[in-house]
Design a protein around this ligand. Structure first.
Ligand code: AMP
Ligand code: MG
Length: 325
């Protein structure tokens, strides 16, 4: 199959993407976090195809994307007041809430769980597209399972070109890492940290929700937490100091750091926006390793540390927090 490249700045192309989704095709869509691989929520056959083309395990649930806050009531039930307060503050935006699933939502969306993860993406073009589809879409990240999430249309073509109908290209994602996922059914907890932090959430709900790591739970709230994720083919190694890099690796590896560092290392800037792009670039350049310098600003960034630990999970590491496998 030839994967069409559609241009999000052209209304005709948005309509084309919407009609493909209505017909049951898969379309990669831009969001502020990462590109998503979308299917219509009512189309179980198309949703099954998402798992196929991504190579995604069936026990890893998908996130439902609604065009408007009011539409959340169509996919979730018994929504607690706290959820509305959070959506009023953070939607549209990169906060996903885990709510009780409405009976009309196919069980495959939630990997059979009684809950459903829902958010409203912020780009107007994404919401316009969902409106035109006529119902919510489900959209996990548009990468092959386990690979770094895609933050440009090129990344999507790299992983899924030839396997999906189209990519709606809106350029680079403004945030560059996945949404914060907050469980509000039963115990309130962050199951995936993101740019909406525990402090941000505390301003609305009055207390800091804990960040629940898979390793401390026998039964993870979010099944996706147990998989190695976000990983390039190149080993990712977390370091406290540049001294840890053997001199013979200076030329063949790359160092990611939040501040410029001088010679002799090949160094690149680390941020939410650059992380996945740099992971993929290291693969293209066939680097022997990606060293990530854990300066205090990185250590203090729960979202970044979560991605880094998962990416480094099978590689040697000096990180003391343990992996999130
Ligand atoms: P992705 O869209 O690829 O970033 O993956 C979506 C992630 O959202 C999953 O890996 C889960 O961690 C989380 N998630 C989605 N739905 C649920 C749910 N019903 N309960 C718990 N976690 C969920
Ligand atoms: Mg993903």
């Amino acid at each position: 199959m030839t994967t069409l490249r559609l241009d999000a700045s052209k209304p005709d192309d948005i309509e084309r993407a919407a009609s493909l989704l209505r017909e049951g095709k898969l379309v990669a869509i831009p969001t502020e976090t990462v590109y998503g691989l979308a299917a219509r929520i009512g189309d179980e056959r198309a949703i099954e195809q998402i798992f196929q083309v991504k190579g995604r395990p069936h026990d890893n649930p998908l996130i439902v994307h609604c065009a408007r806050i009011e539409d959340i009531e169509r996919v979730a039930t018994r929504i607690p007041p706290i959820a509305w307060r959070l959506f009023e503050r953070f939607a549209p935006g990169p906060l996903t809430l885990i709510l009780e699933r409405a009976a009309t939502v196919p069980a495959v969306v939630s990997a059979g769980l009684p809950t459903v993860a829902v958010r409203v993406p912020s780009p107007t073009v994404t919401c316009a597209l969902i409106e035109r589809v006529g119902e919510a879409v489900v959209a996990p990240s548009a990468n092959r399972s386990g690979r770094p999430s895609p933050t440009t249309a090129e990344h999507v073509f790299e992983d899924l070109g030839g396997s999906i109908a189209a990519v709606l290209d809106a350029g680079r994602c403004s945030i560059g890492i996945e949404s914060t996922v907050l469980n509000v059914v039963g115990t309130i907890a962050i199951v995936r940290p993101g740019v909406v932090t525990a402090d941000d959430i505390a301003e609305v709900i009055g207390f800091q929700p804990p960040i629940v790591e898979a390793s401390v739970q026998s039964q993870p709230i979010a099944p996706g937490m147990k998989y190695r994720h976000y990983a390039p083919a190149t080993p990712v190694i977390l370091i406290e100091s540049l001294d840890e890099i053997p001199p013979e690796m200076y030329c063949d590896s790359v160092v990611l750091a939040t501040k410029p560092i001088g010679q002799p290392w090949v160094a690149r800037l680390l941020s939410h926006q650059t992380l996945y792009d740099e992971f993929r670039r290291a693969d293209h350049e066939q680097r022997r390793a990606i060293y990530v310098l854990l300066t205090p600003d990185v250590r203090g960034d729960d979202a970044l540390m979560n991605r880094l630990r998962k990416a480094a999970a099978s590689a040697p590491t000096t990180d003391t927090h343990g992996s999130n496998q």
